[in-house]
Design a protein around this ligand. Structure first.
Ligand code: CMC
Length: 429
């Protein structure tokens, strides 16, 4: 097989750069030796054309609107599988056998409790703290409690840390919520599945019985599944960069949670619902569409657009269907936000601005409507995304650690500041 190369001409210098071919997707020009050969860097703020690693976990074809986990399409996983099976698939590369799944589920279930002393961390936050702020702090603090799983050179410790993070994240998210509303923490129950357990820890109170509705639990599980991984997005890249220095897994995942919080990323689901609320009625939609198109107005349609998907977001399709099912189940037929969302989607998709820029509803456009209908406040939307994405971060982290090519991540820069100058004494400035 002939090895492909790309030629780069730099003045008189001709440099041959190896071209790597992935299983699917565009070829990648390997520039790792470029500085050594040509004394130049490449420039790509926002990583729009740069592959920062090789990976076997998730593949996205933005043009086709395709998302594959270990080769399996997301719509098949959302329909036929469930979250913990998808976790296993992401972590270990293959769908589990029945006994492997049983063992994995039992392991995750047995790790859902938090060290009791961690309760003090929750109580240290102000009551009005955003649950994402609590999650960043508490997950980072796990490295102070679980010393026996912070040695990243030990494969078994890495595995225990992975299980702990996947298992404890629902407890942490639910407790962050309970703390913010002044209700007692509800401990996990081992006879419930992952999604039901989370719903119960959020909505149960000691004063009365709480029965988990299986349809809501299935919808919750589907939301988790749809958010499980999304290749090298901002928070995953943050986890990889943090981990490249050898930081412990709890610190790396805390960094990922912090990055996810922003409204351009995971925070978009909260921002989207707040936007639907602000729009209020369908007659105000044209005003907001006009604002989104106005270059002098920073407003954007939240839940619209994606760096990679330029046709449709396959997760949004499933989410829209789930939104209809959940609202139907709960007997919410004329939810004003859903009506605004449906009409906003229609009007935006008919507008040439959104068509030309290939802006379509993304996963966050409908997830907020389902979560609100289930009884979650908007502040819990991003924590739910964070708990679901933990397996993706952890899988990418594990893959990176076991990669023999691992180097500390250290981007270069295009320096545009002052050149060397003499220090001026304060009296002469
Ligand atoms: N509303 C109005 N205009 C938009 C929007 C939007 N939501 N998104 C992009 N544009 C315009 C943007 O102004 C730019 O126009 P121009 O070329 O004239 O300057 C063009 O489309 C390209 O936008 P960009 O910001 O260069 O694209 P990007 O790939 O850097 O950003 C994005 C992707 C998701 C950050 C962006 O579309 C956005 O801010 N969307 C709203 C927030 C959102 O819904 N985020 C959730 C993403 S999916 C879940 C996740 O990954 O966490």
């Amino acid at each position: 097989m002939t090895e492909k190369t790309a030629k780069l001409t730099l003045g008189d210098l001709e440099i041959d750069l190896p071209v790597l071919s992935p299983t699917v997707g565009p070829d990648v020009i390997d520039i790792t030796k470029l500085y050594a050969q040509g004394k130049v860097f490449t420039y790509d703020p926002g990583f729009t054309s740069t592959a920062a690693c090789d990976s076997t976990i998730t593949f996205i074809d933005g043009g086709k609107g395709e998302l594959l986990h270990r080769g399996y399409p997301i719509d098949q996983l959302a329909e036929k599988s469930h979250y913990l099976e998808v976790c296993y698939l992401l972590l270990y590369g293959e769908l589990p056998s029945a006994s492997e799944l049983e063992e994995f589920e039992a392991t995750i279930t047995r790790h859902t409790m938090l060290h009791e002393q961690m309760v003090n961390f929750f109580r240290g936050f102000r009551r009005d703290a955003h649950p994402m702020a609590i999650m960043v702090g508490v997950v980072g603090a796990m490295s102070a409690f679980y010393h026996d799983s912070t040695d990243i050179a030990d494969e078994r410790q890495r595995e225990i840390a992975s299980h702990r993070l996947i298992a404890k994240m629902p407890t942490i998210a639910a407790w962050a919520y309970k703390y913010s509303i002044g209700q007692p923490f509800i401990y996990p129950r081992n006879d419930l599945d992952y999604a039901s357990n989370f719903l119960r820890m959020c909505f149960s109170v000691p004063a009365e019985d709480y029965q988990v509705n299986p349809i809501l639990s299935r919808a919750m599980d589907r939301i988790f599944t749809l958010h499980a991984d999304h290749e090298q997005n901002a928070s995953t890249s943050t986890v990889r960069l943090a981990s490249s220095s050898g930081a412990n897994p709890f610190a790396c995942i805390a960094a990922g949670i912090a990055c996810l919080w922003g409204p351009a990323h995971g925070g978009a689901n909260q921002a989207c619902l707040e936007m639907l609320e602000e729009i209020g009625t369908v007659d105000r939609i044209p005003e907001f569409i006009a604002r989104a198109k106005d270059k002098n107005d920073p407003f954007r349609l939240m839940g619209f657009g994606h760096r990679v998907y330029k046709n449709f977001d396959p997760r949004a399709k499933v989410m829209k269907q789930s939104a209809d099912e959940v609202l139907d189940l709960l007997g919410i037929e004329d939810n004003p936000k859903l009506q605004v969302a449906k009409e906003l989607e229609k009007q935006a998709l008919e507008d040439p601005y959104f068509a030309e820029k290939k802006l379509f509803p993304n996963v966050d456009f409908y997830s907020g409507i389902i979560l609100e209908a289930m009884g979650f406040p908007t502040s819990m939307f991003t924590p739910i995304f964070a708990l679901a994405r933990t397996v993706g971060w952890i899988s990418q982290w594990k893959e990176q650690i076991s990669d023999p090519k691992l180097k500390i991540g250290r981007p270069r820069q295009l320096y545009m500041g002052e050149n060397t100058r003499e220090y001026i004494d304060i009296e002469n400035r």
